[in-house]
Design a protein around this ligand. Structure first.
Ligand code: PMH
Length: 369
């Protein structure tokens, strides 16, 4: 939700147009019959589940996917009426609520159905097949046959879909991907009737593997404008637009003399007389301590974060005095310079997915469209 007011000038800007363009470009890239399932789990990868859901639905996403029952209920309570799929495990105790709220759940165990009562409304389920991710899903063909039989004995449950998830779709070597796809096709033969929605592709497969598209793709990271991996980044069929940028302002500026130390542990010592700015953002906002040394943009130039990043603040070495209130771009463009989420990810040796996800609730999300 858009904050009405905030007194600290630190915020993330989410450009919903970029999200819409990424979906529209993907739709153009695929056969038009293929549907887009917008993956909005983990608060829309940190971008805001409700706002991203609305934007995705506006440009024709046909379903939303979340990780947990609670994430699905939250969207319903906020008024989202589209189909919602819970990708993770739902407990049997959620079945009644899921059917009442038209929430589609993922199933992969016959026993799950022993624990649910007769349901008030028909419950849509998608069967998950584990073809090699080793996380959730039916692992053998006989288990799948038993599960289908169990469901067919119930008039209150409908097999609306079947899916699997790739472990290596973003890698150059396609061996595991191909083996998972082959296994999935073998498992599909056990369905007496073809479920309405067969889906396997995440962003990487949706962008690069046309034979994995079936009826729908689960578009996550690249909907937010980020590449699943460096390999996919080199093979993109269309440019992605990064939706999130991160901003703050200088709240304090001082000139220190050579020898002055900065921040906890006194790990940074000024070599010369230096101008130092304090920024109101720290690790409790998701600006992790390992980002010490990362550049920020001030007046269109890169300036390094120096010393340890504190819980709520960090310090930057300037190349001259700047006024209090000077805008700072932590992620995004300023002038001809740009700092991407990928740059942060490389700096702390992680994947781009993790950066927006760990941006905490304290950072207001401001939406532009
Ligand atoms: N489908 C499932 C089952 C997923 O777990 C994910 C992402 C997606 C689709 C979307 O993938 P994409 O963001 O690469 O497009 N899940 C995760 C995860 O569990 N950890 O990182 C990404």
């Amino acid at each position: 939700m858009q904050p009405t007011n905030f007194y600290r000038p630190t915020f993330a800007k989410i450009d919903l147009n970029e999200i819409k363009m990424n979906i529209l470009n993907l739709k153009k890239h695929m056969n038009e019959s293929i549907q887009v399932i917008a993956v909005v789990k983990a608060n829309g990868y940190g971008h805001g589940d409700f706002e991203v859901s609305k934007a995705a639905l506006q440009v024709g996403a046909s379903m939303l996917a979340v990780a947990t029952p609670d994430e699905a209920i939250r969207l319903r309570v906020l008024g989202i009426e589209s189909p919602i799929l819970v990708l993770g495990a739902s407990p049997p105790t959620f079945a009644v609520l899921a059917s009442e709220h038209d929430i589609t759940v993922t199933v992969f165990q016959q026993d799950w159905f022993l624990h649910i009562p007769t349901l008030p409304k028909k419950l849509n389920v998608h069967i998950k097949i584990d073809t090699g991710m080793g996380r959730l899903g039916v692992t053998t063909e006989s288990e799948l046959r038993c599960l289908i039989q169990t469901i067919h004995q119930r008039s209150d449950v409908l097999i609306d879909g079947v899916f699997t998830h790739f472990a290596t779709a973003d890698e150059e070597n396609t061996e595991q991907f191909t083996s998972q796809l082959t296994k999935f096709k073998t498992f599909l033969k056990h369905f007496p009737e073809r479920p309405r929605c067969i889906h396997t592709a995440n962003s990487a497969a949706a962008l690069m593997q046309k034979d994995s598209l079936f009826d729908a793709v689960r578009f996550g990271i690249s909907m937010y404008g980020l590449s699943p991996s460096a390999h996919v980044s080199n093979e993109l069929p269309f440019p992605l637009g990064q939706a999130m940028t991160l901003h703050t302002e200088v709240v304090f500026v001082k000139k220190v003399t050579a020898g002055t130390t900065i921040s906890y542990g006194a790990t940074y010592t000024a070599e010369n007389d230096e101008w130092i700015a304090t920024l109101p953002i720290g690790y409790a906002d998701g600006m992790l301590r390992k980002l010490s040394g990362q550049a920020v943009l001030i007046q269109g130039k890169r300036m390094p974060i120096i010393g340890r990043i504190c819980m709520d603040q960090c310090m930057v070495r300037l190349n001259g005095q700047v006024p209090i209130g000077e805008p700072v771009v932590l992620i995004g463009r300023q002038g001809s310079e740009q700092i991407t989420i990928e740059e942060w990810a490389q700096k702390i040796q992680t994947i781009s997915y993790e950066i927006p996800c760990v941006l905490t609730n304290r950072v207001p999300r401001i939406y532009t469209s």
